[in-house]
Ligand binder design. Sequence first.
Ligand code: SAH
Length: 217
Amino acid sequence: MKHRSSCENMIKYQLVARGITDENVLKAFSTVPRHRFVPDEIKYLAYNDSPLSIGEEQTISQPYIVALMMQILELKGSDKVLEIGTGSGYQTALLAEIVKEVYTVERISSLIRSAEDLLNNMGYKNIFYKFGDGTLGWKDGNPEQNKFDKIIVAAAAPDIPESLTGQLAMNGKLIIPTGNRMYQQLVVITRTEDGYIHTNEGGCMFVPLIGDEGWQE
Ligand code: SAH
């Protein structure tokens, strides 16, 4: 009960008040209980306007930035989405509420294991999990079939990983925080018939994306 009203307040004051209008995104935030993705000791902070520690020096992102990235991507029910940085699995669940399939990659094995357990428990059937370096994207099977309508990166890169732009479907969109280890810009790349279009959606702060096409450890 307490969590329910905290969740409603989060949506009203952190999301709607700051310009989140996408109905699919707002509905997903009201369906997925954020407190289930937060460690027991800090559950009382689950609906705070901030990132929270999930262990392994990683964080569950601030609700507003997750909503903003999802709104910018213009998610559709038919979309196949690649998510880099599963972390707690919270954003994975939000995505899975809206789109057809979510492919999620995480480089810390304990995190992907607990996220997969939780999301299975919650009954999600449209999520596929991979432990490994997400800067290389999703490499299984036929490269022609590994194309994504949307790619969302929840960690900050020094540059745009070419493996990721290479896995965008025609008219697909990639969103990725790009900059230094402390402060970044949210960059959106749209693949069109005439090439890739870059736009900048403002400042943000994310933990580093570590891997072959990201930061070194
Ligand atoms: N969306 C997550 C946020 C997690 S923070 C949530 O809602 O909880 C970013 C995550 O990216 C961390 O868990 C970190 O381990 C992971 N990460 C960093 N570099 C990565 C890489 N190269 N491949 C996959 N995951 C990576």
